[in-house]
Design a protein around this ligand. Sequence first.
Ligand code: BES
Ligand code: ZN
Length: 636
Amino acid sequence: MSDPTTQSNYDEVYTEHVSLIWAIDWEAKTVSGEAIHDLRVKVDGVAEVIFDTADLDISKVSVQDEPVTYDVKGKHPVMGSALHVPLGNGLKAGSTVKVSVLYKTTKDCTALQWLDKEQTKGKQFPYLFSQCQPIYMRTLAPVQDTPSVKITYTAKVTSVLPVLLSAIRQSPPSDGPAHGGKIVGKDLVEYSYHQPVPIPSYLIAIASGNVVYRPFPKYEDRNWTSGIWAEPEMIDAAYWEFSEDTGGFLRAEEDIVTPYRFGVYDLLVLPPSFPYGGMENACLTFLTPTLLTGDRTLVDVVAHELTHSYFGNGVTHAHATHFWLNEGWTTYMERLLLQVIHSPADRGFSFLIGYKSLVDDLELYANQPKYQRLVIEFEKGEDPDDAYSKVPYEKGANLILHLERTIGGLDVFLPYVSDYVNTFMGKSITTNEWIAHLYAYYEKHGGPEKIKALDSIDWDAWFYGEGTSLPVTMDYDTSLATKAYSLAERWDASRTTEVSKLDFKSDDLNDFNSNQTAVFLERLQSYTPLPSDLLAHLGSLYGLSTTHNAEIRSRFYLLALKDVASPAAPGFAASAANWIIGEGTGAVIGRMKFCRDIFRAVFKVDKDIAVKAFEKEKMSFHPIARKMIEKDLGLA
Ligand code: BES
Ligand code: ZN
């Protein structure tokens, strides 16, 4: 099956390299310029190339430098408008052809968010960033927007603010002043970048704003560099949070899998409207500022994103149906790194937290059981964002963990992992190709006994099973969860005690890390809701409704909003909604994990509070988050 989310004819002719020449216009809020494709013909006589586009303003198309008459088809609501470009007659398989498209983005560009200066930390300069996965690169440039096509790219971008791309910076030098020594916000600087490793289009990314760089300590025995970008007001906190672990994770990953191929591994901490926890853009992982909790407990997100350098950016899923190959494998490896760098208990704890989020999402899809599957057969033009959930992450990671245990543990499993990545590095693959290699590997390294072990796995149940549980009951190391569980039990047992007689102390949580506090709150969610006065006491005693740690605050609100009939619910609904829309701080919390969950929970308690809060600030959300919240609240 070919990619169900693209209209391009990538199996006939495909892009090998694209040169992007862009100018950022901060007034008009557009990126304008040119995309020059070096195409390779796959099929004799192919007469046209079809690109994906959406909401682009195209002014000229040339083939081999000659202007041609092109055709932009009507807009499909998910896939956008196919751009048909005639290539002339008689092209032979193997030959190359150059196509240039002059265009501008429009205000409907889904990939880009333009932030006013008030929405940034520094409040002095505007900010721009992209999010292209899964299918939004087509709103930023005409491309064959499928992960089955892997391209190299170069870019020349002019802006009055520093520009970062998912590539290697050539000029101005990245270790010099961020804006090449020119005046930030005033002088136009041309940035050039080069991405020599072929990557899927969803990994092309841009950010521009008042950002500065700080390198992480260099490892003399490794040939990559790593560091962090953020607004100057945030750089100290950002450096502190990630400098300890990032390089160590990457080293461990190299030692287990294979050397890092991208040369640079930088992090960029974005403003709070960034819609994800992290995004593995090549050479430059994008991160939400909600990770800056000051206790380094959320570094697992960095372990996750850098793991994508192998699983996703190196070995890529062929299309949305096989998305789990990216996320399931990455989640498994992220937790293996936690085990190696921290402790086995950390790995188990992470699986435990993940399991709860899996069950929540499986329950959310009770009426769309198709999305409870690990391998989803999408219809042509179905929106992959509707299927986005923890299922590919957690079912996928548990399948790999189950595989590791069934095959005989890490000693026999890790050599296979390395072989898998080295075999498919640079390629885009399907679930069938993955499994064929798995069997071939153990046929060679182990023989009948290992094949028997593989055959004992109920593959159909893992790939196509529906329902709200895993095909196998998994055991995890729960040692880090016990104190969270027992504190939750004490609260549960106190539900009939008068608040004035309770003996909970504000320092009960002092020796908990944020993940343990999160697990404590999740455990409480699994009990009958607490009476409102107890809940209020819980919130104020531990500062749960005022903490800047979004992982904790969101879980407290979700606990408080669980009992929709409680007299306290509307009060919590209003404060939860206000927190998301950034009342008092001026910046929305746009990470979808938080804003979608909270809006959905508020909506259940009081539709009006949810819809009004959203309407008030909806333009402050990234277009992707806006679109998804509108669906969740029944507004679209
Ligand atoms: N690649 C994903 C983000 C993504 C997936 C964006 C699909 C758009 C479509 C990224 O690697 C990711 O999984 N982020 C997680 C973090 C993680 C630790 C599970 C997130 O944002 O929550
Ligand atoms: Zn991921």
